[in-house]
Design a protein. Sequence first.
Length: 346
Amino acid sequence: MFNVEYPQLPDFVSQGAVKDISEYVDADLKAKYLPQAVQLTTLGGAAYALPLDAAPQVFYYRKDLFAKAGITAAPTTWEEFRADAVKVKKAEPGSRIATFFPDDPTTFEAMAWQAGAQWFGTSGDTWQVGLQSAETQKVADYWQKMIDDDLVRVEPSFSQQWTASLQKGQTAGYLGASWGGGVLKGTLPEDQAGKWAVAPLPSWNGAASGMLGGSTFAVSKDSDKAKAAVEFATWATTTAEGIQARISSGDSSTYPADPDLVPVAAKAFKAEFYGGQDVYAVYQGAARTIGQKWTWGPAMGVTNTTLKDSFGKLADHSGTIAQALAAAQKDTLAELKNRGLKVSAR
């Protein structure tokens, strides 16, 4: 048994590397998890993993830097987010509201997911690939203009330069996942404690969220202990003892895929860095709005490598997000065909 992140699971399945565990996953067990997480672990009607955590995307921001810019509340729409970005830059020309991460396509993918995009799907035994839909293009156009207008940084995630900009107060916000709450707390100096807050992700047309990461328990194809593995995974993902074993340090802000365990995780997390805010209430609200039509493709390694390479051209304006999506569409189709899979563009 091993951990697999949701985006990689279809690749493992298509390569025949994980076992179909449907016979050990009944309706009562599935009902314990967020339906979005169950959907992502079910391929072709078969269960291939048990969800461990979910990772709804939220917005972390510096309350003091927002106040300095005359911003009294976190943005609720992307239009407000852009307006606030202008205010942050005007108040302190060296500061930016957030960062576009060229090395981490999953952040962009989560925002496309939020907008209602569906990059992958199936029709019978054919994979459908569509990275250039109207929904995705809307997100691409928005972030391209944010970059072109110098309203956000373009720096690798968790890089020295990005971390330094946070530590110096030159970056006022972070578009991250629920797990990012613990990571951010562990990255920044103690003197920033109480200055940060968490808010729902700005949206296009009402509350909605994508998912940024998240992991599962899968069983290797050749395992002869599948039943025992699923029993352990069930304990680890649906019991208080199981989740406590994962978050006992108090620094992890993982969001359990089993909603009944959210109070356990919330109690264990030390939220002083966020001024005692009930951050899990924000995560919980975001988790409920994760779109249920998203499917990861069977070659996300190729898709994301192309996006990462192309996004690398954004900082010096030698490439665009639209060009990156076109390249990723082309390379993904080629890879699936090379694997002998039936595929069509949409």
